[in-house]
Ligand binder design. Structure first.
Ligand SMILES: Nc1ncnc2c1ncn2[C@@H]1O[C@H](COP(=O)(O)OP(=O)(O)OP(=O)(O)O)[C@@H](O)[C@H]1O
Ligand SMILES: [Mg+2]
Length: 259
C-alpha cells in the first residue's frame, strides 16, 4: 500500500482537484483506492457529488475512534472509497491537539488498511492533521499555482517536511504546477523559475481549464464530466506527444511512485 499526501499550505492551488482526479484515475486503473479528506471544508464530498459527513471525526476522535472499515463511505465508483469531512473536523483538531501521539493518528488508522493506494487531501493550513498526514504518507505531492509566490509556497512545505524528519520518512514525490495557461508568458516564466529551483521534481503542468470548476458543480469527477477536458489531456506537442494533464500525471504516479 502506498500513501500519498496532497499538500500545500497555500489555499486554492488545486489540492482537492488533484487528489480527487488522481484517486478516481487510479481506481479506474484497477487500484483499490481510499481518498481521505482532512479539510473541514469537506470539498472531497462536493467533488464526488456526496453529502459531506463526519467520517473523519468518527474515525479519529480520541478514545471513541472506529476501525477504518466501519468509517469509510463508498464513493459510488468502483474501487474508490472515501473518508468524508465536514465542520466536525474543527472539533476533532481541537481534541487531537491535547492527545498523546497525535502525530501518529493517521499512521495508526491506516496501518492494517487493505487498499493499494491511499490519498490524503490536506487543508491549506499547518495543523495537527497536516502533520499527521506527513507522518503517515510515503510521498507528498505539492500542487502549486504558477505565480510569483510558487517557489516560496513549495519551500514552506519542504521546510515543514524537513522539520518532521525525526518522526517521518515521507519524501517529496512531485511538484505539480496547476492552472497552467499556455497563452500567457507569465505561466511559462514561472514554470521555468520553478524548474530552475526544483529540477526534475517539477512534473509537467496541469492546464487551466474551466471544466475543473464545472465538474464540481455537478458533483462529478473530471473523468466523468469531461473526458476530453484539457486538464486531463494536457497539450499536444509539435511532435504529436501529449504533455501535462492529469492523464499523464496518473501515468507518472503509476510508473514512479506505485512501482
Ligand atoms: N487546472 C484548473 N483550472 C481551472 N480551475 C481549476 C483548476 N484546478 C482547480 N480549479 C478550480 O479552482 C478552485 C480551487 O481548486 P481546489 O479546491 O482544488 O484547490 P485547493 O488547493 O484544494 O483549495 P483549498 O486550499 O481551499 O483546499 C476550484 O473551484 C477548482 O474547481
Ligand atoms: Mg481543498
Amino acid at each position: 500500500m502506498i500513501i500519498l499526501a496532497v499538500v500545500n499550505q497555500k489555499g486554492g492551488v488545486g489540492k482537492t482537484t488533484t487528489a480527487v482526479t488522481l484517486a478516481h484515475g487510479l481506481a479506474q486503473r484497477d487500484y483499490h483506492t481510499l481518498l481521505i479528506d482532512l479539510d473541514a471544508q469537506g470539498n472531497v464530498a462536493d467533488c464526488l457529488g456526496l453529502e459531506t459527513g463526519n467520517d473523519l471525526y468518527r474515525l479519529l476522535f480520541p478514545g471513541m475512534a472506529l476501525p477504518l472499515a466501519q468509517g469509510v463511505t463508498p464513493s459510488g465508483r468502483p474501487r474508490l472509497d472515501v473518508v468524508r469531512s465536514d465542520r466536525t473536523t474543527t472539533q476533532l483538531k481541537i481534541a487531537l491537539g491535547a492527545a498523546d501521539m497525535r502525530e501518529y493518528v493517521l499512521d495508526d488508522l491506516l496501518k492494517d488498511a487493505s487498499y493499494d493506494v491511499v490519498i490524503l487531501d490536506c487543508a491549506p493550513s499547518m495543523d495537527v492533521l497536516h502533520t499527521a498526514a506527513m507522518v503517515a504518507a510515503h510521498y507528498i505531492l505539492i500542487p502549486t499555482r504558477l505565480d510569483q509566490l510558487a517557489v516560496k509556497g513549495v519551500r514552506d512545505v519542504l521546510t515543514t517536511l524537513q522539520g518532521l524528519s525525526r518522526i517521518s520518512t515521507c519524501q517529496l514525490g512531485a511538484i505539480i504546477p496547476t492552472f497552467y495557461d499556455r497563452q500567457t508568458n507569465e505561466s511559462l516564466l514561472q514554470l521555468k523559475h520553478l524548474a530552475r529551483h526544483f529540477k526534475e521534481q517539477v512534473w509537467p503542468p496541469i492546464p487551466q481549464d474551466v471544466h475543473c470548476r464545472e465538474s464540481t458543480r455537478y458533483g462529478k469527477t473530471l473523468w466523468e464530466y469531461a473526458p476530453q477536458a484539457r486538464a486531463l489531456l494536457g497539450y499536444t506537442h509539435t511532435r504529436g506527444q501529449s504533455v501535462g494533464g492529469y492523464i499523464q500525471m496518473v501515468d507518472r504516479v503509476e510508473e514512479v511512485l506505485l512501482r
